[in-house]
Design a protein around this ligand. Structure first.
Ligand SMILES: Nc1ncnc2c1ncn2[C@@H]1O[C@H](COP(=O)(O)OP(=O)(O)O)[C@@H](O)[C@H]1O
Ligand SMILES: [Mg+2]
Length: 275
């Protein structure tokens, strides 16, 4: 798919169309609503996300970010509305159904095994195997080779994949968690707060990595509190306020103050005067 298609590399940061499926968004949310009892956590959200796009979803605590993300990744079924992947309606009753459609999620807690090495963490639960039936055994050569490919070729990190994860920095741990998502060969990765616990340098490392993946044709959705970080590198920023998507901005047409205002009030007071 688009990973081999040189044309798509240039299209990152371009607004729409993917070659071949011109006009068809990678992911579409149509009137998505999620209610928990009487609480409407997400209300009537419609949204198109293009192939190779880095789309950030921001909003205050309780705005509905996790709920929207959880519908896209199969954790919650929508109360109303429909999700489309590559133009096709999809209904997920659990995350593995989303995974089968190429959507991987990296959760905020990362869930890495500290005393195991990078390669083992990347392939945990789905090791390459040799042999047949009950005699299938883990193919460690293949495991290390593929882990090396993911870390080096896809993430651009020259690390020893036999390093135990406990010795890694916060930024490197985030990359290993992304590497584990990549092992499933997704075309959409949803990242929950990928830079929330990171230093400035580590944040930059993770941002660079996300850009690399987008340039490989992978669509990235980032849920984030870190407006500064998403302003630096997202293609578009969607703002959720009390469950509703109140605006979508491109970084070059907005700023920190404006996004803060949108997040906290759901609207913009300035700018109205000259409308
Ligand atoms: N499983 C749940 N049961 C009941 N209410 C929930 C559940 N998950 C989220 N909510 C409510 O839905 C709203 C949106 O929450 P959430 O999606 O977690 O927002 P965010 O991630 O932006 O902080 C909040 O009012 C929250 O209390
Ligand atoms: Mg949340």
């Amino acid at each position: 798919m688009s990973v081999e298609d040189e044309g798509t590399t240039e299209q990152h940061h371009a607004e729409s169309t993917d070659t071949g499926t011109a006009g068809t968004p990678k992911l579409r949310a149509e009137n998505l609503t999620k209610q928990f009892g009487r609480i409407v956590a997400v209300e009537d959200v419609s949204l198109d996300i293009q192939s190779s796009e880095v789309f950030a979803l921001v909003g205050d605590n309780g705005a509905g970010k996790s709920t929207l993300m959880n519908m896209l990744s199969g954790v919650h079924a929508p109360t109303k509305g429909q999700i489309y992947k590559d133009g096709e309606p999809v209904n997920f009753s659990n995350p593995s159904e989303a995974r089968n459609k190429g959507i991987e999620t990296v959760y905020q807690d990362l869930a890495l095994m500290d005393d195991l090495d990078i390669a083992t963490n990347i392939f945990m639960g789905q090791f390459p195997r040799n042999g047949f039936g009950p005699f299938r055994i883990i193919d460690w050569d293949e495991t290390y080779e593929r882990a090396e490919q993911i870390m080096m070729d896809q993430l651009g990190r020259d690390v020893d994949i036999k390093t135990e994860v406990e010795f890694l920095s916060g930024g490197q741990r985030q990359l290993v968690a992304i590497g584990r998502a990549l092992a499933f060969d997704p075309d959409v990765i949803v990242l929950d707060e990928p830079t929330s616990a990171l230093s400035v340098d580590a944040t930059r490392l993770v941002q660079d990595t996300i850009d690399k993946l987008a340039n490989q044709g992978i669509t990235i959705i980032i849920v984030s509190h870190n407006i500064e970080s998403v302003l630096n590198h997202a293609d578009r920023i969607g703002v959720l306020f009390r469950g509703s998507l109140v605006d979508i901005k491109q970084p070059d047409e907005t700023n920190l103050e404006e996004l803060n205002e949108l997040m906290t009030t759901g609207t913009l007071s300035s700018g109205r005067l000259d409308d």
